[in-house]
Design a protein around this ligand. Structure first.
Ligand code: FAD
Length: 300
């Protein structure tokens, strides 16, 4: 909880700050208790807010569209800095696309398609923002951010730095940003010229496959577990007979066993208990340790 002095200072610096904001409003899982403070930030505000937090010994959490997040029912200590629609500029220059970190991936893919630039077809149906996608090295249908990313500009320890994609340790759901306290601010993507009709045909096909295979009608965080080496989490969970398994309002989807869905009134606690049941059962049956892909944040 912020004391009244900190609240006053934050309100003076950021007119749009919210206090005790339910995080269930900002995650696609639709779960999560209140954050002490919540700020939808532009580039300047994000940097200012992080530096204010460091100076005042307040913890802060960066989020994008909240599509890969599981937030504690007890909420989040300190300030949530949300990199979203206040930081979503983009432009194409030749084969390069410059995008701010709060730009939705669907809009990034749309821009690439309209400029006849290939390489981002895979990203159209991923419901995250550019910053979250770089952090996670998001991927689908044979493509991933690392294949098309050229460089990233970010804030780290009071400095604005730019690093090339090769310097960012990008791998399967892995990046430099998972191990260092940074705010991704903007990125440059290197695309390949491709006829717009071909790009749009691939994008439409990927969206069609998502709608057919994924339980998009329910709140979720996407694939709950990472892909174990040489296998698929969903396949193992299905073969373990866990499709439809429930704890409270959380359920292993009957449409795609790799998804945990919120049937309407799930809590974070329900989801974590269901995760435990799935992990234990899969480990006992197949000797495979599943690892969560969704990022847990907040009070324990
Ligand atoms: C229905 C559904 C389908 C999905 N399909 C896919 C898929 O096909 N492939 C895939 O890879 N993922 C998929 N996801 C997961 C998710 O959409 C991606 O991981 C996405 O890239 C997360 O972006 P976000 O903006 O929502 O990030 P968030 O969920 O808000 O954050 C994710 C992580 O990134 C960090 N972060 C976010 N923004 C920044 C920033 N600007 N600076 C520093 N750190 C930051 C956060 O601290 C957090 O640790 C899916 C999710 C859903 C709900």
């Amino acid at each position: 909880m912020f004391d009244s002095e900190i609240k006053k200072e934050l309100s003076t610096l950021f007119s749009e700050i919210k206090f005790d904001e339910p995080m269930s409003r900002h995650t696609t899982f639709k779960v999560g208790g209140p954050s002490d403070g919540f700020l939808k930030a532009g580039i300047r505000e994000a940097v200012l807010a992080a530096e204010f937090c460091v100076k005042n010994n307040i913890s802060y959490t960066i989020i994008g569209n909240g599509s890969n997040l599981l937030v504690s029912d007890k909420g989040i200590d300190g300030l949530v800095i949300c990199v979203d629609s206040n930081m979503n500029g983009a432009r194409a220059e030749g084969t390069r696309i410059y995008a701010e970190a709060g730009l939705r991936l669907s809009r990034l893919s749309e821009l690439a398609a309209s400029e006849s630039l290939g390489g981002l077809e895979f990203a159209g149906g991923i419901p995250g923002n550019v910053g979250g996608a770089v952090y996670m090295n998001a991927g689908a249908y044979g493509g991933e951010i690392k294949d098309v990313l050229s460089e990233v500009t970010f804030w780290e320890s009071g400095e604005i730095l730019t690093k090339s994609a090769e310097e960012l340790g990008l791998g399967y759901r892995e990046s430099y940003f998972m191990h260092n306290d940074c705010i991704i601010l903007s990125c440059v993507f290197n695309c390949i010229p491709r006829p717009e009709n071909e790009i749009r045909a691939d994008m439409a096909e990927f969206i069609r496959r998502r709608k057919e295979k994924q339980p998009l009608e329910y709140p979720s965080g996407g694939s709950y577990f990472k892909r174990p080496v040489g296998n698929f989490a969903g396949k193992l969970i299905q073969e373990a007979g866990l499709m439809g398994a429930c704890v409270g309002g959380a359920e292993v989807s009957t449409k795609h066993a790799g998804f945990v869905i919120n049937k309407g009134d799930a809590t974070c606690c329900d989801i974590l208990q269901l995760e435990e049941l799935v992990r234990k059962t899969v480990a006992e049956k197949f000797g495979v340790e599943l690892e969560r892909e969704v990022r847990f944040v907040g009070r324990r």
